[in-house]
Ligand binder design. Structure first.
Ligand code: ADP
Ligand code: MG
Length: 243
């Protein structure tokens, strides 16, 4: 449904990802797993078109394009001081980043209300996003993603800063999205969560180390190859993206 073919991404002289070929299918819940600086966020950004390919390309099946993507960036890279409410952020899933693309219709408001209820933050809809906990922020980002109603869901470390009970709820929600026929792709550090909920694992460390079902991929040799050597040095924190 979407994927990358022989994808290499560079930041200046630095190669963040080399020769990656992966496909993500409709109805499948995929996890991209690897250490800090492995190129996980880079892989998602290349799918969304936020970083250019030095070689290779992102590919979409006919009828799909980056416009079908709902992308949830890493929470830490967003500007949470931005003066908007929970409702406003979820509504951005309908109207575009700052609501300037069109004025919300009644249908947009119903979709946003449903998304806020499904992620359990409807009661917080009038709150300023700066006043939320990490777990609440993550749910608001998921609500915006659901409101967008895209068929390709890409999430960068959605479990970070979320308590264990909420984590289970979020994973169940994402599993349900895949079971509805969407392609769900999540970056995570949590191998155990990935093994439990996902049907497709991609191990990454500067390149794709392994790609397949949990049973195929989850071997001592693959885990060792992914996590034992830090090929890339310390993680880089990129600049802030506006919510
Ligand atoms: P991950 O998400 O797996 O932690 P990233 O994809 O963010 O890794 O980064 C992969 C590599 O590219 C890292 O070495 C990181 O330092 C580097 N990198 C990421 N973003 C940038 C950037 N905007 N400019 C320069 N280097 C970057
Ligand atoms: Mg990252």
């Amino acid at each position: 449904m979407l994927g990358v073919e022989n994808l290499t991404v560079r930041y200046g002289p630095h190669v963040a990802l080399r020769g990656a070929t992966v496909r993500f299918e409709a109805g499948s819940f995929s996890a991209i797993i690897g250490p800090n600086g492995a190129g996980k966020s880079t892989l998602l950004r290349a799918l969304v078109g936020l970083v250019p390919a030095a070689e290779g390309r992102a590919v979409f099946d006919p009828g799909h394009s980056p416009d079908c993507i709902s992308y949830v960036p890493q929470q830490q890279t967003l500007d949470w001081a931005f003066p908007v409410t929970v409702w406003d952020v979820a509504m951005m899933g309908r109207t575009g980043r700052l609501g300037w693309l069109h004025f919300p219709s009644r249908k947009d408001r119903v979709i946003v209300e449903d998304a806020l209820r499904e992620t359990g933050v409807y009661e917080l809809r009038g709150r300023h996003i700066g006043a939320l906990s990490g777990g609440q922020r993550q749910r608001v980002l998921l609500a915006r993603m659901l409101a967008r109603q895209g068929h390709l869901l890409l999430l960068d470390e959605p479990l970070t800063g979320v308590d264990p009970v909420t984590q289970e709820g979020l994973m169940a929600l994402l599993r349900a999205q895949a079971d509805k026929g969407r392609a769900v792709v999540m970056v995570t550090h949590d191998l155990e969560q990935a093994k439990k909920w996902c049907d497709h694992l991609v191990l990454v460390n500067g390149r794709v180390i392994a790609d397949g079902t949990p049973a195929e991929v989850y071997t001592a040799a693959n885990i060792e190859a992914t996590f034992s050597t830090s090929l890339l040095g310390p993680a880089h924190t990129s600049g802030s993206e506006v919510v």
